[in-house]
Design a binder for this molecule. Structure first.
Ligand SMILES: Nc1nc2c(ncn2[C@@H]2O[C@H](COP(=O)(O)OP(=O)(O)OP(=O)(O)O)[C@@H](O)[C@H]2O)c(=O)[nH]1
Ligand SMILES: [Mg+2]
Length: 463
């Protein structure tokens, strides 16, 4: 059979189309069967593409009528938690192995913070370089730190944990439609721990090909089974360190309140550092994992006055909030849920400067409220992490020590909330391109009831 003139067809159609192959005059049975096989496959591929296009078109059409919500707020403000985006955490039992590693790395992260504080304490006591320990020093010398040689030994015994990279991210995986959990050694996402969009793997990929190039020995140590093994070996020392009263006092003196931090698991060390540890739903909900890029979640309400309404919630990762380039892609959102935790005791590093966490939220709020592309969107402000605010106020942490303008107001949750709410409200009034209601909530995003209440509000506002 003479070969079809593919060159000619390519010139006229720019590609080779098997459906247009004409049978040659003297085609044998074998050649005919081969030609029909090629055509059959081409038809199958063509139908798959058509079906895909039709589905995309239907999805686009549906989306036109859906309620579109944008979820904004600084990093760790609770966007993933409140959007219910964490629900995949709860349902994906098959990924417990991955979550085990994430949670164990969260625990190691807390231990690293303690070790850093102890090191700072020793350094500021002027003995970091010296092998002399306070209790072996001359009896007349007054120790400038309450830490002893036992603390130093404990701290040294935990140094094997320092090699683990504990900054964990969650990114959408375009190939599987699921999530990938990665740890970030330095400047790039290299360490893939898992993907939840495909069947569970019993052995996780701990290294990406890139790691081979840079020979990063420390990266290889994030192998999940290695993490679990080292953690189990250090379990007793971790418990001893965390339960030590002097260490607690030093942490407090350095303004470090680990108990209230995200991804805090030190109280559960004996359980989490055990080799046979299996994460509970609550552990998974509390796990700290950063979203990278933009994530979209679709859901349909089952009950309520607009049952059957389709919602699209898009979370823009905390770090990209400053990049105004993404704004035009969301000019059709009907509502913006803005999460601002009142963690006034925290500072963030920004452009090499320390910024108060609430001040940072306020700045971002001003940008969003004042953006003309969002002028028609309902703006819903959510003061998240109410539980942490309460805990800090109860512990006697004074707002005026962190936010001097708070002045001599009463240091209770109601006054503090009102003070910050008034500030957000003033920005909203001043910068909104056109008048719109100021809608405000206080929540704990880790409490799923809060999410339902806020989404109910969105339904009302977008009716
Ligand atoms: N105590 C407490 N923790 C919370 C609350 N809401 C969220 N968290 C925790 O805060 C951490 C960060 O929450 P995420 O939902 O991942 O925050 P995010 O805004 O999506 O963060 P990025 O993806 O990094 O931008 C997680 O460990 C949550 O469990 C809350 O109301 N109270
Ligand atoms: Mg997130």
């Amino acid at each position: 059979m003479p070969a079809p003139d593919r060159k000619a067809q390519r010139t006229s159609n720019s590609y080779f189309d098997p459906l247009t192959i004409q049978p040659p005059p003297n085609e044998t049975e074998e050649e005919k069967a081969a030609r029909l096989e090629v055509q059959k496959e081409a038809i199958r591929v063509s139908r798959t593409i058509d079906a895909g296009l039709a589905e995309s078109k239907r999805a686009l059409e549906r989306k036109k009528h859906a309620v579109k919500i944008l979820l904004l707020g600084q990093s760790e403000s609770g966007k993933s938690s409140i959007s219910g985006c964490n629900s995949h955490r709860n349902t994906s039992k098959r990924e417990l192995f991955v979550w085990k590693t994430v949670i164990q790395l969260n625990l190691i992260s807390s231990i690293k913070k303690i070790l850093t504080v102890l090191q700072d304490e020793w350094e500021s006591a002027g003995e970091a370089q010296s092998p002399t320990t306070p209790d072996s020093a001359s009896p007349d010398a007054k120790p400038s730190t309450p830490l002893t040689s036992d603390h130093r030994r404990l701290s040294l015994s935990l140094s094997p944990l320092l090699v683990f990279e504990t900054s964990i991210s969650q990114i959408m995986d375009g190939t599987t439609g699921g999530y990938m959990v990665t740890v970030r050694p330095g400047d790039g996402c290299k360490h893939k721990l898992a993907s939840s969009g495909r069947p569970p793997s019993t052995t996780l990929e701990a290294q990406s090909p890139e790691d081979d190039d840079d020979g990063a020995g420390a990266n290889a140590s994030n192998d999940p089974s290695h993490v679990a093994q080292v953690l189990a070996e250090c379990k007793n020392e971790i418990i001893a360190l965390w339960e030590d009263r002097v260490v607690r006092r030093v942490l407090e003196a350095h303004g470090v309140y680990l108990q209230e931090e995200s991804g805090f698991f030190l109280d559960d060390t004996s359980r989490i550092a055990a080799l046979d540890y299996v994460p509970s739903d609550r552990d998974i909900m509390r796990a700290q994992i950063r979203t990278i890029g933009v994530e979209e979640h679709r859901f349909v309400t089952e009950s309520g006055f607009r049952a059957g309404t389709e919602f699209y919630i898009t979370e823009v990762c905390g770090n990209s909030n400053r990049r105004s380039t993404w704004v035009p892609y969301f000019d059709d959102v009907q509502a913006i849920i803005f999460l601002a935790p009142l963690t006034f005791w925290q500072t963030l590093e920004k452009d090499n400067q320390k910024v108060n966490s609430v001040q940072d939220s306020l700045e971002l709020w001003r940008e969003i409220a004042g953006n003309p592309l969002f002028a028609k969107a309902a703006l819903i402000l959510v003061f998240n992490k109410k539980d942490l605010l309460q805990a800090h106020i109860n512990a006697g942490v004074m707002v005026k020590d962190y936010v001097p303008s708070f002045g001599i107001r009463s240091n209770d949750v109601v006054s503090v909330t009102k003070y910050f709410r008034d500030k957000f409200c003033a920005y909203h009034r001043k910068f909104s391109p056109e008048p719109r209601p100021f809608i405000f909530y206080e929540t704990e995003a880790i409490d799923t009831k809060s999410t339902a209440i806020i989404l109910g509000e969105v339904q009302k506002q977008t009716n």
